[in-house]
Structure formats: structure tokens, C-alpha cells
Design a protein around this ligand. Structure first.
Ligand code: CP
Length: 306
């Protein structure tokens, strides 16, 4: 039986294939807990999990909180708007104070890349990255990998096309690391201003032709257009034009394989990167969200019990 040894979960770049598989293999038993009438086990009774969210979040924050609570851990949450960070305290000092209150695990989301890594190097408590800037979003990629494996029965050899705002996407980066380590072929597709320089060094193919990306795919992972992160030298002319050139519509999906899996990490801009009828009738978005709780239960359990 393989054992989890790492103090922190900061990104899929840091994990090897065995570590990714260890997490994915643990997920099913946690998924079953969420299907019971009493969705709670005493696995982490007496442990304390702190949730530090310094950037807006619905899915990840709620999912982590539910996951910790279903494992019977005590949870505390704070954000920049309700903590002493507003009074000038540094994030590291705030985290050290939470650690001094014997928190076992700190889950953090921040708009700056590298913040979870910095905290992890300074704290004895485990640190779990819930998304840092453009860098990584490891639990999103793990829930995507779990959903692909659940639906397709494997990841090795699958063709996965990641579509859209690659430049600003921590989800794309974490997915590419995970998919490549598990043997998938990854293509990235989007408008040139949203394609980061050097992305091919991650072992992916690049295409600017959306029909080609759709035709060859077993899985489409469609990214949100992150308008709020676009700068003058990294932007698209308009959302309407984006939809015309890259939006996933029923019409475009006529070229797709019959059993194509359509995913999106959320939040969705309906009618921009994906049409509303594709979201509601063809996608597995809510199944991804459902799997997210179980994936986060597995991650919290492994880190808190290492
Ligand atoms: N997918 C994701 O991270 O969503 P939230 O920003 O709502 O957490």
C-alpha cells in the first residue's frame, strides 16, 4: 500500500504519477460518504483546518469546507475583508498566528502565484493550494482527472483539448501537468494573444483551429475567459468575436466524436466560451463539482494524516 508523505499539496508539477494515482485511488471511498444520508465520518475528529480565501470563490471554498466538515475536522475561515490583514498584518504573520492556535492544515487561495509555496516553506502546518494566480489549481485538476477516469475508464492515451484563455489559467497548467504524467495527449487551443509563450515546452500541441481541436478530442476542457485578468498586450477584441471564433456551440460539436466528454471548471460565462444549451445538455460540469468534494476530502485526509 503506497503512503502519502508530503506535508503540502502545492501543485501537480511537484507530484509524480504514483502520488497523483494515490490521491485518485482514494477518492471513491470518500465519494460514497457524500452519498449517505448522514454525510459524515469521524476520520479527522480533533484536527483543525483553516481556510484562507483572499480571492473570490464559490466552488472551491464551499467544496473544501464541506469536505473538511464531512471528515469531522473543525474549520475556521477568513478572508482579507474580515481579518487583521486589513489593519496591515502580513499574510505570513496571520498564517503564523493561525498555526500557533494549532491548525493542522492551511488551505489558501490567493491572486498571486507562489503565495502557498512561500507559506509552506515557513510553516510546520500542511499547506494546500486552492488556486494561486496563474500558477496552479491542483485540486481542480485532480477532480478533472478523476471525472475523466470515471467517465472514460482510463486517462492513458486519451486526447484532451484544452480550449480558451490558456495564458491566464492555473487550471490549464495543473491539468497539463497531471494529464501528461498519466499519459494523455494534450492539445491547447485559443486565440494567439491568450496563448502563453513557451507553452509547447510543457509537452502539448498548439492549434489555433477550434474545429481541429474538437474533431480529435476525447475530452474538451473549456476555460473561462478571464476578462478581469486581461492586460493591454494580452487581450481579445470582444467577447462576441471570441464566441464566433472559439465558442463551443451545438453547431461546432457536430464535428466531435460521439462520446466526447465536455468539461469546464466553472464559473461559466454562458454564451461566451460555451453556449448555455451545451452547458445544460451536453456537459459534465455538475458531476465535476460533485466529484470535487470527494477529491478534496481525499486531499485533506492524506495531508492531515501523513
Ligand atoms: N473552479 C473554481 O476554482 O471555481 P471557484 O473560483 O468558484 O472556486
Amino acid at each position: 500500500m503506497k503512503q502519502w508523505k508530503k506535508k503540502d499539496l502545492l501543485g501537480l508539477e511537484d507530484l509524480n504519477k504514483g502520488e497523483i494515482e494515490l490521491i485518485l485511488d482514494s477518492v471513491q471511498s470518500f465519494k460514497e460518504i457524500s452519498q449517505r444520508e448522514i454525510k459524515k465520518v469521524p476520520a479527522l475528529r480533533g484536527k483543525t483546518v483553516a481556510l484562507l480565501f483572499f480571492e473570490p470563490s464559490t466552488r472551491t471554498r464551499v467544496s473544501f469546507e464541506l469536505a473538511a466538515k464531512r471528515l469531522s475536522a473543525d474549520t475556521v475561515s477568513f478572508s482579507s475583508s474580515n481579518s487583521s490583514i486589513l489593519k496591515g498584518e502580513s499574510l505570513l504573520d496571520s498564517a503564523r498566528n493561525i498555526e500557533a492556535m494549532n491548525a493542522d492544515l492551511i488551505i489558501i487561495r490567493d491572486s498571486s502565484a507562489g503565495v502557498p509555496c512561500q507559506l509552506a516553506s515557513q510553516l510546520k502546518a500542511g499547506v494546500l493550494n486552492a488556486g494561486d494566480g496563474f500558477h496552479e489549481h491542483p485540486t481542480q485538476a485532480l477532480l478533472d482527472l478523476f471525472t475523466i477516469r470515471e467517465k472514460k475508464g482510463k486517462i492513458q492515451g486519451l486526447k484532451v483539448s484544452i480550449i480558451g484563455d490558456i495564458a491566464h489559467s492555473r487550471v490549464a497548467r495543473s491539468n497539463i501537468h497531471g494529464l501528461k504524467k498519466l499519459g494523455a495527449y494534450v492539445t491547447v487551443c485559443g486565440p494567439p494573444p491568450l496563448m502563453p509563450a513557451g507553452i509547447e515546452k510543457m509537452g502539448v500541441e498548439i492549434t489555433y483551429n477550434i474545429d481541429e481541436a474538437i474533431e480529435k478530442a476525447d475530452v474538451l476542457n473549456i476555460l473561462r475567459i478571464q476578462k478581469e485578468r486581461h492586460s493591454v498586450d494580452c487581450q481579445i477584441p470582444s467577447l462576441r468575436e471570441y464566441r464566433e471564433q472559439f465558442g463551443i456551440t451545438k453547431q461546432r460539436l457536430k464535428r466531435a466524436k460521439r462520446d466526447i466528454l465536455i468539461m469546464h471548471p466553472g464559473p461559466v460565462n454562458r454564451g461566451v466560451e460555451i453556449d448555455a444549451d451545451v452547458v445544460d445538455e451536453n456537459s459534465v460540469i455538475l458531476e465535476q463539482v460533485n466529484n470535487g468534494v470527494a477529491v478534496r476530502m481525499a486531499a485533506i485526509y492524506l495531508l492531515a494524516n501523513r
